[in-house]
Design a binder for this molecule. Structure first.
Ligand code: ATP
Length: 365
């Protein structure tokens, strides 16, 4: 594993006055570049040739420099990494970054400094570790079943990694579950039953809360040494949301949980205490489990049920695509900042504040 000591040593040679914000051209890269450019950072996008025109199509979010690679994984090659170091790059991880490159590769092979605590990737990319984190935080989570024969309620089945919901399914009984798992194995979505994550199906309304844990700003909701900010929220749109339209004959392909877009949301104000409390618990637990804990953006994916309250089913410990809704800020950032503030810009602001106070080492790993 590449240690934080190694990254610090390399970072100490950086020309800090020319710090460059960099990521791969996918997911929330437009927002990240847009925010960075707003705060006058240099920007660098690692792209595949077929995507470059997308990032040229939005001049205010276009990276100043492109590095073209055949596939995103090539960012791990010595040549590309050395070029990134030469350009004084700090990498901003996002959902596609973690999915394409892989948490283990990031931990073991990526020597370019990255924004946020790398250890978080170990905890968020493994569902059983996520559960341990939620347990430590004292959050309500869906029941889990190790073996299909133990199932005694409607269940929801997922696969390893962040698959954006593709191929996930529900089953009403142990028999139906076994049948569907068999089909998933035939389609090579999973290799064995053990790979399937079998959860109790939680009915209710979904809320995806976008948080930012800042070590650089302090007035507001203090959680240990930092401030916890609620930057926004969204709801994912999935084909299943439209299934009701086809009743009583819903086409099979509409029983699909693949994310296809995001809708803006605000929360009934009296629920904000639950929302902020969940965010704070996740931060505190992360500090106990993998010090210094979470740094920067993260998202809690929740389901609200009228009598059960909020159940958390997933944490994403980096910028999520739902934040793309708010390049000029959300209704909540209006109460935190006197200027438009996207999550992408918020990351750049944290880097700027750290740079000004000579504290970059606290937020780069
Ligand atoms: P991503 O990493 O892109 O967020 P993922 O592959 O990790 O996606 P989840 O976010 O955990 O998958 O789940 C995808 C969708 O499945 C959710 O948006 C929600 O609609 C549904 N879902 C997940 N878990 C449950 C559950 N326990 N009960 C009911 N629905 C669920």
């Amino acid at each position: 594993m590449i240690t934080s000591g190694e990254i610090r040593r390399l970072f100490s040679k950086y020309d800090k006055s020319r710090l460059t914000i960099s990521t791969i051209c996918s997911h929330s890269a437009l927002q990240i570049f847009h925010g960075a450019k707003w705060l006058k950072f240099k920007t660098l996008g690692v792209t595949t040739p077929d995507r470059r025109f997308v990032y040229e199509a939005f001049p205010l979010a276009k990276p100043d420099i492109f590095i073209e690679v055949r596939e995103f994984k090539d960012i791990l090659s010595k040549d590309v990494q050395e070029r990134l170091v030469e350009e004084n790059c700090v990498i901003i991880p996002h959902g596609s970054f973690v999915e394409y490159i892989g948490a283990a590769n990031i931990l073991n092979r990526l020597f370019v400094p990255m924004f946020g605590n790398r250890m978080v990737l170990l905890w968020e990319s493994d569902r059983s570790k996520q559960r341990e984190w939620f347990r430590e935080a004292g959050l309500k989570t869906p029941r889990e079943f190790k073996n299909p024969s133990e199932v005694d309620c409607k269940v929801f089945v997922k696969y390893p990694g962040a698959k954006g919901g593709t191929g996930y399914f529900i089953a009403d009984s142990a028999e139906e579950l076994e049948e569907k798992i068999k089909r998933a194995m035939e389609k090579r979505l999973i290799k064995s039953v053990e790979e399937a994550s079998i959860q109790e199906f939680v009915p209710g309304v979904r809320y995806y809360f976008h948080f930012f844990y800042s070590l650089m700003l302090d007035v507001g909701f203090r959680v240990t040494k930092g401030r916890l900010e609620l930057l926004g929220m969204d709801k994912r749109i999935e084909p299943i949301d439209e299934a009701y339209r086809g009743l009583p004959n819903v086409p099979e392909e509409f029983f699909d949980y693949t994310v296809t877009g995001n809708q803006p949301l605000i929360l009934r104000e009296s629920f904000l205490k639950d929302c902020l409390d969940m965010g704070a618990r996740v931060v505190l637990a992360s500090q106990r489990l993998f010090p210094p804990g979470i740094v920067g953006p993260f998202c809690l994916e929740t389901i609200y049920h009228p009598s059960r309250g909020f159940t958390v089913f997933e944490v994403s410990a980096r910028i999520v695509a739902g934040t793309n809704l708010y390049p000029q800020g959300s209704p909540y950032t209006a109460y935190l900042f006197n200027e438009p503030m996207s999550t992408g810009k918020r990351i750049a602001l944290e880097l700027k504040k750290a740079l000004e106070s000579n504290r970059l080492e606290e937020i780069l790993y």
